[in-house]
Design a protein around this ligand. Sequence first.
Ligand SMILES: [Zn+2]
Length: 678
Amino acid sequence: MDNPLLGQDSLPQFARIRPEHVEPAIRALLDSNRERIAALAQLAEPTFAAVVEPLEELQHRTARTWSPVSHLNAVVNSEGLRAGYNACLPLLSAYHTDLAQSEPLYSAYRTIAEREGATLAPVQRRLLEHAVREFRLAGVGLPAERKERFKMAMLELAQLQAKFEENVLDATNSWSRHVTEQEELRGLNDMLIEQAARRAQERQLPGWVLSLDQPTYVAVVTDAESEPLRRAFYEAWTTRASDEGPSPGRWDNSAVMEEILARRHRAAQLLDFPSYAQYALATRMAHSTEEVLGFLRQLAAAARATARAEFAELEEFAGRKLAAWDVGFYAERLQRERFAISQEQLRPYFPLPRVLEGLFGVAERLFGVRIREHSGAPVWHPDVRFFEIIGAGGEALGSFYLDAYARPHKRSGAWMDECVGRKQLAGSSALPVAYLVTNFLPPGSTRPALLTHDDVVTLFHEFGHGLHHLLTRVDYPSIAGINGVAWDAVELPSQFLENYAWHPEVLQRISGHFESGAPLPAEAQSRLIATRSFHAGLSMVRQLEFALFDFRIHAEYSPERGGRIAEVLREVRSEVSVVPVPAWNRFAHSFGHIFAGGYAAGYYSYKWAEVLAADAFGAFEEHGVFDRATAQRFLEAILSRGGSRDALEAFVEFRGRRPDVRALLRQHGISSAAEQAA
Ligand SMILES: [Zn+2]
């Protein structure tokens, strides 16, 4: 069959892939996989070579076939592609569920671990441990009746989470603000005002209609000079889907949240975990609830005094007591006054070609690799560029695409994704290939693409993920690159590399005015670097409030007492918050990260990974940020190891000790004096 998706060339044939190829390819792939798996599951004498290697091969093939589909759906979306993509989602989901729930494979892996464990290489043992753990967490080992209850809890959970999101969406869409006095819009940008005028026209109303989407909400609380307008938006936003605010009780998530916590708790207990938090930690770098709570409280103790001082200073700047809806507005003004530097002003200094050259230079200096552009690879859009990454000995290590510019039918945001995973199996091998996708402003007819510094940081971040994928030396797909890496450690390489985008020496290399070529003036550069720690205390206690709330409700749930959602939130606020919060604030009712999404008992990971990254970068600061020996150790202990070892052990090997929060505090100008004062 001439279906380009089923070819196993080293790179996907993007130009030949059509929507009508998608579903037939995935069906054919999954059918043949299932046949193969059924045969493997029946082997009387399972061995690593006879069962695990072929399954790794199948995993590689499945990911390799699906990757261009989901990628194209994200970057050159069309009705046809979307239909093909959506038709395949349930097929893949059923396939993965069957695989995860397979009793015969579970028992084969356990047999292999028992019989061959002693003779296998550490990375192979780790693969088995990892796989057995995944089977167990999917409920495979449970007796029939418990297994049914586990499946039921997971099914209900999926429905409840969807309901939670629907309520938030409906509540968000139901609210808008009709403005008739132009005065009330003062401070808002022209684009937003134009959009609001158009909305009013559509509804045949005079004036302007502001909706409650996130960009509008953020713009209003940051820029609107009218306090009543800011307050109205703040109230509508923080009471969505709750018993408070403009439409109390209409889409109230209170009961849904309780039900979600109850199902998570039940699922965890069925697998013999005391709480959902402990269940979640089974696959994380952090190993105990005490460790996570201690970590968050240690940061809170250090940051709170700084946050208090920042808030006091902000009130002094405003000349009055501030309410929650005033903070963003005055913070923006204080920041403008203090740093007199805007992202837009920085653009001319960061032309993309110059930034890329500097970024690749950082990777080359650190890891001894070379990156060179390669023309002729099949791409999905003429703007896409393709690069090869070559090792110190001249050997090919992998390659990546860069799709840099925003355009219609391309998903917003920035990400790194796996195009091809690395494998080195008996009889077949592949080098890793990555997609780097960003949404920068495209070049003009007479100028290159110009980046804000935020864009530069984003590019470094995604390239950090890219290096994690590309520099892996693990041979088995399930634990190579970013696969199988503890979820709270996966942002380590990306946040680590961000540090270079703030380093004076790097800033000199990646900046160059697109007309004059002059690097960013020293004085602007120091102001830019200073913005990094602006209101670091306030933003840290805010993140800690979310993280502590999330973790505590998942650690402390009991069927007798229920979730105590409101009480826990109150306790956490009195413990860490600095900015006064109105009693009617119901932010938890729209906290989709944890109630609807994958961050349940995991919001702490943001700070956790920041600490790892700052502390790892600290080792470079001690020895020189381009010290080759340190970089080599980082590569060997962490970056190249994928999920082939415990994340904490890897960190300890690199740093010679466990992670320490002080590096992050220092990076954000939160002094140890503040730690004492708290
Ligand atoms: Zn990331």
